[in-house]
Design a protein around this ligand. Structure first.
Ligand code: ATP
Ligand code: MG
Length: 755
């Protein structure tokens, strides 16, 4: 009698099955959006475990987000009809590498309890180094150096491998030396940044054959989702590990490569076939996600890119609606319109969880937030102001880090005078001196300095209390649960009292957040586990919640799907972004187009693209013109609608007739005849479209992010949402502001006025 088919194979099409059943040797699955790549990878994992080809602990599986890893774990459990015990090596590159590095930390001069720095800490450290090197931070911003070091790390380059040409990119050739100092400093405080997780592991695998051999033996199978977005150091790491057994399966889609700005290299796809000769290449062509119109619209858009690997996509889904293109007057109308439609969707029995608004840039979410708050629409912002980024949460975490990791100088620095306890800059500077002179952590220097007469009596008393408290809390770590300890620490340190004394609604919100923090910790066995979790929560991770509309960036939406998708802001200068236009390269424009492809293919049944004729920029209204991508969508699959005086389809026709992708690149260049004629013909749908031609040009320029002349460092300003604050940092049109109530935030200068 025929053996019944295992559950995990049911419903899979022939090439998907091939991807699941070709367990031995290298496999590359190259396929378009929604063709079941992730589904096949999940089934493959189930198959390997079910057929005892490997224990769960012998499979290395890399997903793009922690959420995706969680889902995969659950789905494998369901497919196998039992919970999967321990899949320690299923996770993001970062989480898997962190776990690995903790086992071998000594080999790169760290201890297993090393801290993973966030960008804030990273910047603080770099600023110190720049100051010590006598470099003017205005001329050579820490952020720029951070970006550069990140890129080097993404390419797998250690300081020793930075040549003069590379170093030239910062402070007249001092880039390499600063990189080295940064790495030394990280080691001294027993910390590493995200890039280090892979770079250190790479170094270890390259220099310790026994460690490499151990992992090559351990991992019988290696699998990678969203392979097109791996960077060089990730690729090299995978290649080393998989080199011995060669059972590596990567799935990806070159058309969805959207992280080259973070070092991802789509060339890794070609590299794979070269490094793993004889790889089985499997193509999936049936799309199970979207309706034919949505699929055809997305395919039509991406067809404008050159140098694609190319693929066919088809679907059996019923016809469905065309992709809607809606022109609105301005940003508020855009938000109103989307809000109204979601309310109608709800009245019609639709679920809010099925709806997503996907934006090109973070700043676009504000308009929707304001509207949703006004109409009481539940929403979640994914990747916006994240919980763990809030000032009070970071303070609380710094206390906990100081307790669990005595060498964590950055954490100690953050809390030493928060709440204010009379330890001014002078006292802190003395601490630093001693710490440097003795080569010891700040916390230790603090204890030692008490035995000297370096400090004023007041400062000495304050520091003595703090040092005593920290020691006591450290002892309590073994007696109290970590959520209890957290509450205690926040009380005893005076942090809670500080907020209570503020007597503001903001402070109440902060206290609630701190409560929430203690609640969140309950899910973790140890304080160490929790701190590890926090440092790994990445910006593209969503927490599961109930019925809410999702607002997120397209980048964060990768791999996800929603019934109904709204895509606002499809205007030149927003999407494609002004930065991509300014850079002027075809490559950056093509990456924007891939982003458009990812955006449309998130939709299962309904996709609405919106562009506004006017945007408020720097407090001024400027006209904007619809995105060239709108014109590139194939006519027969879209349905244009405008709330204004029409002209939409005329505009589309003219743009596509004349548009030459090369002619538009760069804002100073002409936009081609299509643009001018279309605008003059009333394509913007505005009553005085003709007179707006000049303004539309101006709008493109004003997106170019010139810093505002009326705002200076240290100045007091007012922000429409966060209130009063002082400017702490200026980077182009972005400001870091220390708000009096909202803490430090990064905002666009257009929402700020001098106070
Ligand atoms: P993306 O490129 O966006 O990551 P993907 O190729 O990973 O997409 P999946 O997310 O795995 O695609 O699948 C898309 C949808 O199709 C999911 O809802 C999935 O459950 C469904 N699906 C996948 N394979 C099949 C199949 N053989 N039969 C029916 N539905 C399927
Ligand atoms: Mg996928």
């Amino acid at each position: 009698a025929p053996v019944p088919e295992p559950a995990y194979l049911r419903g899979l099409n022939p090439p998907q099955r091939e991807a699941v059943l070709t367990t031995e040797g290298p496999v590359l699955v190259l396929a378009g959006a929604g063709t079941g790549k992730t589904a096949a990878l999940t089934a493959r994992l189930a198959h390997l475990v079910a057929t005892r080809r490997a224990w769960p602990s012998e499979i290395l599986a890399v997903t793009f987000t922690n959420k995706a890893a969680r889902e995969m774990r659950e789905r494998v459990g369901r497919l196998l009809g039992q919970a999967v015990e321990g899949m320690p090596w299923l996770g993001t590159f970062h989480s898997v590498a962190a776990r690995m590095l903790r086992r071998h930390a000594e080999l790169v001069g760290l201890t297993p309890s090393f801290t993973i720095l966030d960008t804030d800490d990273q910047l603080r450290l770099l600023k110190q180094l720049l100051a010590a090197a006598d470099l003017d931070e205005k001329r050579w911003p820490a952020r720029q150096l951070a970006g550069l070091i990140d890129r080097w790390k993404n390419r797998g380059l250690t300081p020793a491998e930075i040549d003069a040409g590379e170093a030239e990119q910062f402070a007249n050739g001092r880039g390499g030396e600063l990189y080295q100092q940064y790495q030394d400093r990280l080691r001294a405080v027993n910390a590493c940044d995200f890039g280090d997780l892979l770079l250190h592991m790479l170094t270890i695998l390259k220099t310790h054959r026994d460690v490499l051999a151990d992992y090559q033996q351990r991992f019988r199978y290696v699998m990678v989702d969203e392979y097109q977005d791996t960077n060089s150091s990730q690729y090299l790491w995978l290649r080393l590990i998989a080199q011995e057994r060669k059972n590596i399966c990567c799935v990806g889609d070159d058309d969805q490569s959207i992280y080259s700005w973070r070092g991802a290299e789509v060339a890794n796809i070609l590299r794979f076939e070269r490094d793993f000769p004889g790889a089985a290449v499997i193509r999936l062509e049936q799309n199970y996600r979207s309706t034919p119109h949505i699929l055809a619209a997305a395919s039509g858009l991406i067809a404008h890119n050159g140098g694609r690997l190319g693929k066919t996509l088809w679907t059996e889904a019923a016809e469905g609606e065309k992709v809607r293109i809606v022109g609105v007057w301005d940003g508020p109308e855009e938000a109103r319109r989307v809000g109204d439609e979601i309310e109608a969707h709800e009245r019609g029995g639709g679920k809010l969880d099925d709806v997503a608004i996907l934006v090109r840039a973070q700043f676009q979410t504000r308009e929707f937030e304001d509207r949703f708050i006004a109409i009481g629409m539940p929403y979640r912002i994914v990747g916006g102001f994240r919980f763990y980024e809030r000032a009070e949460i970071r303070d609380a975490l710094a206390y906990l880090r100081t307790i669990s990791q005595p060498a964590d100088d950055l954490a100690f620095e953050r809390i030493v005078n928060t709440p204010k306890r009379g330890l001014g800059d002078k006292a802190v500077a003395k601490l630093h001196q001693l710490a440097r002179a003795e080569g010891i952590p700040l916390a230790l220097a603090a204890a030692r300095i008490l035995g000297t007469d370096e400090l004023t009596p007041q400062a000495r008393r304050a520091l003595g209390n703090l040092v005593g408290d920290i020691a006591r809390w450290r002892d309590m770590l073994s007696q109290l649960s970590h959520p209890e300890l957290t509450r205690q620490v926040l009380e005893e340190s005076g942090y809670v009292a500080m907020l209570q004394n503020e007597k503001s609604t903001e402070a109440e919100g902060r206290l609630e957040n701190l409560n929430e923090l203690a609640r969140a910790m309950e899910d973790y066995a140890t304080l160490g586990d929790f701190l590890e979790h926090v440092s790994l929560v990445m910006d593209n991770d969503a927490e599961a919640e109930t019925a809410k509309v999702t607002v997120m960036t397209i980048h964060a939406a990768k791999g996800l799907e929603f019934d109904t998708v709204f895509l606002p802001g499809w205007e030149e200068g927003v999407f494609p972004s002004q930065r991509s236009l300014d850079e002027g390269g075809l490559a950056s424009l093509e990456e924007e187009r891939r982003l458009g492809y990812v955006a449309i293919t998130r939709a299962r049944r309904r996709c609405t693209i919106i562009h506004a004729a006017n945007r408020r920029i720097y407090g001024q209204w400027t006209s904007s013109i619809p995105s060239r991508f709108v014109a590139e969508l194939p006519d027969q699959h879209v349905e244009a609608e405008t709330t204004m005086s029409g002209g939409e389809s005329l505009w589309r026709a003219q743009w596509s007739e004349h548009a030459d992708p090369f002619a538009h690149v760069g804002r100073s260049q002409g936009r081609g005849p299509g643009w001018q004629r279309a605008t003059a013909a009333g394509g913007l749908g505005s009553p005085q479209a003709g007179s707006r031609v000049v303004e539309a040009r101006a709008s493109a320029v004003s997106f170019a992010q010139p810093p505002r002349k009326d705002i200076a460092l240290g100045q007091r300003v007012f922000h429409t949402k966060f209130g009063y604050g002082a400017v702490a940092e200026i980077e182009g049109n972005k400001l870091e502001i220390d708000f009096e109530h909202a803490g430090r935030k990064r905002v666009l200068d257009s929402f700020v006025s001098p106070a």
